[in-house]
Design a protein around this ligand. Structure first.
Ligand SMILES: [Cu+2]
Length: 154
């Protein structure tokens, strides 16, 4: 009889819900570092005399819900925009990227030649810059961005 009931639970989908609840229940209180992982975060040191530069990072969603990145901000720049690169009339052009959705378990990459950050009126200090990645659910994920030298080929 126990087996039968267990099988009913299993087939009815309750078992799946229990697993999901378990995942949520195990999430530590330090939500920002565990639920969402930011890695490979960097800002290019602007060329001499320039104050506009690019930033990159990888964002991994370890939560059970889709999250949407709606913006990035920080004290080191007057404004920061998310951009994507699209082919328009056979030319690669930057376009504003209002938001990026990240499915549960998925990772989005802001990389050279793809989605990227544009930082305007940049004033980089000596230590890594702390940027705030703002999510539609109200969570703000702070991450240190290393400063890297511009590569000539770009
Ligand atoms: Cu851009």
């Amino acid at each position: 009889m126990f087996l039968t009931r267990f099988r009913q639970l299993f087939t009815s989908g309750v078992f799946v819900c229990l697993i999901l609840l378990g995942v949520i229940g195990c999430a530590p209180a330090k939500q920002n570092s565990a639920t969402y992982d930011v890695s490979n975060a960097s800002i290019r040191t602007p060329m001499a005399g320039r104050t506009v530069t690019a930033g990159y990072f990888d964002f991994k969603n370890n939560s059970a819900a889709t999250v949407t990145i709606v913006g990035v901000s920080g004290d080191v720049a007057a404004s920061i925009e998310m951009h994507t690169i699209k082919k328009i009339d056979d030319q690669m052009r930057m376009r504003p990227l209002p938001e990026v959705s990240v499915a549960p378990g998925a990772e989005v990459n802001f990389v050279s030649g793809g989605n990227h950050l544009m930082l305007f009126d940049v004033q980089l200090g000596d230590s890594p810059s702390i940027l705030k990645i703002e999510l539609a659910n109200g969570v703000i994920v702070e991450a240190p961005f290393q400063h890297t030298q511009l590569i000539d080929s770009d």
